[in-house]
Design a binder for this molecule. Sequence first.
Ligand code: NAD
Ligand code: MG
Length: 392
Amino acid sequence: MKTLAVLGATGSIGASTLDVVARHPDKYRVGVLAAHRSVDALTELCARFRPELAVIADAACERELRERLHARGVASRVEAGPHALVEAASGAHCDTVVAAIVGAAGLESTLAAARAGKRLLLANKEAVVMAGDLLAAALREGGGTLLPLDSEHNAVFQCLPREHADLDAVGVKRILLTASGGPFRGRSAAELATITPEQACAHPNWRMGRKISVDSATLMNKGLEVIEAHHLFRAPATRIEVVVHPQSIIHSLVEYADGSLLAQLGNPDMRTAIAHALAWPERIDAGVAALDLVRLGRLDFEAPDLATFRCLALAYQALATGGAATIVLNAANEEAVAAFLDARLPFLAIAETIERCLAEAPTGAPADLAAILDADLTARRHAQRMIAALSA
Ligand code: NAD
Ligand code: MG
């Protein structure tokens, strides 16, 4: 029996996780549910899963959550504030942490889970992009296991041998991350100038939170995933390639020295990756429909358009630059995407904001969490000024 903390329980990954968990009450129980400020949704989940602990990150919502749970007869203890996330991730109410908070807000709880030796099911890619080295050190220190939930990284994990010192030792030549291309695949920059948040969030294959949906539309999602793959699989950027595959059936591939390509295929449904990570090294039912290859008929591939979708090129650039560049990339992206979703910034200005911020990124590598958070905050202030200038 595993006991889970689902951080980001009210989001898209949270919902998919709890759907899989509910199918296996003999294997998984929920010890902690955490969310930002959606009291209604968190109350409903607590009433259904009865966790020992409910965490609301926005302390202003604490009283309301307490009252709502009490009114529903739910006995979950309530904790509030960002610090409560960290305590929940490392505390005694769970042995497994699903890190499904969106953005930098998930960094500290993700690190805390790793340091505490929890089984870490990682969706919060922004944490890896900001602090990949620190996360690796925390995992070593805690001795726990990281299982990727991001579908591409989960696929790569499945295509790699179980034990390996490094990629060369097992004959891996390249990692190929597939990308759907997002809702605007094939469009020119001129056609992207007037894109609205609703258009950007209408992904052809996946239903996801709004931030990652915009990231998928700009291809920054794939850029963040290249950096994530670099850290999770200790692969140099030159050995991580992106191939556009509009059907999202092949979730990624590993190329070996003998010419073999191993791929993981499935319907585009996050519950497959989640069920894999929950049960690994075993396998459980995820509630996902079987993939019908004959009905599918074909799989298509093309090269990404880096000139139109500049965010992917900017991510490779930040990875090559090193130092604080990937922190700046992530912070500028989060600020620019929030401004775009708020109708304060045009779609194409997202890449522009990031490019300008990267040009002024500090060169030194931040040594610890405090330095990372400082670089993040500085980059956000800088991005805010760029956004104000670009939206004027
Ligand atoms: P979402 O917007 O649907 O949900 C985000 C969750 O994070 C919510 O529960 C919200 O309450 C919580 N949250 C937001 N800000 C917070 C804060 N300051 N403190 C505490 N909690 C906070 O997002 P999502 O689509 O579920 O994505 C979550 C993460 O998983 C992201 O990092 C995303 O890149 C990654 N991911 C998502 C998918 C997907 O299919 N949705 C696939 C791969 C990776
Ligand atoms: Mg992904």
